[in-house]
Design a protein around this ligand. Sequence first.
Ligand SMILES: [Mn+2]
Length: 299
Amino acid sequence: MNYDDFRELKTYDIHKANILLGSASYDLGCSCGSGTNKAPKMLKELSRYLPPFDANFHNLERVKIYDFCDISNQNQEEDFYEALETQASKMLAYDKFMLFFGGDHSVSVPLEKAFYKKYHELGFTPVIIHIDAHMDILDEYMGSKMSHACPNRRALENGYQASDIHMVGIRSYEKGEVEFKQKNPLLHVVTADLFRELGAKEVVKQIQDKHDDKAVYYISFDIDAIDPGFAPGTGTPESFGLTPLEMRAFFEEVFTNLNVKAMDLVEISPLLDVNNITSWLGLKLLYEIFYQKFVRGNK
Ligand SMILES: [Mn+2]
């Protein structure tokens, strides 16, 4: 018998789900090194081999994933991003955890926009934690405002305040980004080096201290935040990145201390990978998150 995607964690009853999964199979926002449109399919295929446990014996079967949609490349860019925002709004209306597989990082733009609209209207403060080697804050890159180098700039236009965007793992800069950061000092940047100096607990505490209990968090996780030695399958690999263990420790702090409502995992390119280790790492980190968010303290 072949296993289904996510094996024991999969449900076909949306009301039993605690996670709604969307796929944004898109890579036209990439500058160099494409193939991220193949990631959702690869992640789901590999998940068929993953037993329902984290790394420490914890059973994850209370986690139920409902596969909501797969939006793929279409001919016109606007149509794709609009379709994505529409689907995200529908998913968020269920008040469950929204998880999206990208895709290049441009897919976060409509997802974060839908997230902002929903929670701002309800009186919450939507906050982004952008985990990445790059700040992604250029107004445009190679002629495109929807490049994967621009999502945080679009987020600022879509309602987010500079003080509500936290960037973690940063270590590579375009000149325009450095200038923009200097003009917008409220943007919170934790470089990969600063992360190592402070540790996961202190980084999350600093994020938490900037907000009150009305904050709801969107986690945008670019796999290139992790060092390319561990995560080579990505289009813009950057040396001196975080280790998988540092990332896991960060997620443990994030998901046990902050009210996280949505997350994306972007920039994995199966075409550039080695033995699928980058996809595997993304999946394994998600399973650790599943424990922290849905099982721990909920026994
Ligand atoms: Mn990046």
